[in-house]
Structure formats: structure tokens, C-alpha cells
Write a new protein. Structure first.
Length: 213
């Protein structure tokens, strides 16, 4: 799978050194399931930390999506007017408890629009365009993969393996990469070479489609 290094190579020169994604404050922990008590989640997290320190006492334990999230309120009696989203990457928070009108995610089943009151769902994400709609403002990101956890209380947690704002991607580099992997596929002589070339083509084709959308 092409990850952060591949995305960084496609960023515009003026922002490539900044890194992928935005910045945000680190928030507290919480569980994914709507009915999971916070105390149970905290206890499980503490058990993991204790076990980690026994195995690797000189290494800091890894951060998980739970590290970046605040406690959710109970399911409301009526549908809220706003959708609250948390959008996190393994290394930072992109959006934290952000109230928006709608989010469209690239689910493996197709583009999925998420509005307030959406039925509880877990959607796997594929490489593609993720857009956050707030009034007339639309912020677009390219995501490589991940999951969207849609909760019954109009909260949605989006956990992406990698993501980058769409306006940071260099279209010329995307076209160049697509041409290179297309050439590699035509000259591939082994199954491994063909598989690597096909992954590159799919990745760059998804990027190209996102830029054109």
C-alpha cells in the first residue's frame, strides 16, 4: 500500500515540507461503541499501558485514536441540526468535535453522505475524496484508507491511515506518477511487479479523480 511517503512526494513544493494534514489539540480518550462506559474504556486502556511497560519499559506506548477523542453525549431525543465529527490520523488530529452540516466519505461501497441523525454504521474507507461541508464552505481531503464510525447520537469518528488537503496535491506529479506506473505495468515480468504497478495505478487514478471532482 502506498502511504505517507507516496503522498508527500505529490505535495506542492511550497507545502511539502510542512507535512501531511493540519494540526489540532490532543483531546481525551473515549470508546467507539455508543453503549461502552467510559470507565470500561479507560480500564482497558490502562491494562494495555501496564502490559506495554512490562514488555518495553524504555519505550513510550503508541498512541491510538482513543487518545485524541473527547467523551460523547448520550443519544438525543430529537435529531440535532449539526453533525459533530472527529477526524484523526495516527499522528495528529485534523478535526476535533467539529460541528458541520454534512460529511461525504469514500466508502468501499461508494461515496457516502453523512448527515445528522444518520443510522449507526461502520464504513470502511478506500482511497478517494473526503469532503466536509459547513454552510457554503467545503474542505476537501484525499484519504488513503481507514474507517468511519457513525454513531446514533449524530457523532462521527473518521479514522484515516493517511490524509492530505486536496489543495496541497500537485496535479502534475499525480499525472507523472500515473504514467510511470502504467509503463511499469506494461513492462512487468513477474506477478509481484504487476501487483505493485496495479496498486500504483489505482492510487494515482484515485488521486486524479479526486482532483477532477
Amino acid at each position: 500500500m502506498l502511504g505517507r511517503r507516496a503522498l508527500c512526494s505529490l505535495l506542492r513544493p511550497s507545502v511539502a515540507s510542512v507535512g501531511v494534514g493540519g494540526s489540532g489539540a490532543v483531546a481525551g480518550r473515549r470508546g467507539f461503541a455508543d453503549n461502552t462506559p467510559a470507565t470500561a474504556t479507560d480500564a482497558a486502556h490502562q491494562d494495555f499501558i501496564t502490559a506495554w511497560k512490562k514488555v518495553a519499559p524504555n519505550m513510550e506506548p503508541p498512541k491510538t485514536p482513543l487518545t485524541f477523542m473527547k467523551p460523547r453525549p448520550a443519544v438525543p431525543g430529537s435529531i440535532p441540526t449539526k453533525l459533530t465529527i472527529n477526524f484523526v490520523l495516527p499522528y495528529q488530529v485534523e478535526l476535533s468535535s467539529k460541528e458541520v452540516d454534512m460529511v461525504i466519505v469514500p466508502a468501499t461501497t461508494g461515496q457516502m453522505g453523512i448527515l445528522p441523525g444518520h443510522v449507526a454504521t461502520i464504513a470502511e474507507l478506500k482511497p478517494g475524496l473526503l469532503s466536509v461541508h459547513e454552510g457554503s464552505d467545503v474542505n476537501k481531503y484525499f484519504v488513503s484508507s481507514g474507517f468511519a464510525f457513525i454513531h446514533a447520537n449524530s457523532y462521527t469518528d473518521i479514522i484515516a491511515v493517511e490524509a492530505v488537503p486536496l489543495d496541497r496535491i500537485d496535479r502534475e506529479q499525480v499525472q507523472k506518477g500515473l504514467a510511470e506506473y502504467t509503463q511499469k505495468l506494461s513492462s512487468a515480468s513477474t506477478d509481484l511487479e504487476r501487483a505493485e504497478a496495479q496498486i500504483g495505478i489505482e492510487f494515482h487514478s484515485s488521486l486524479n479523480a479526486s482532483l477532477s471532482g
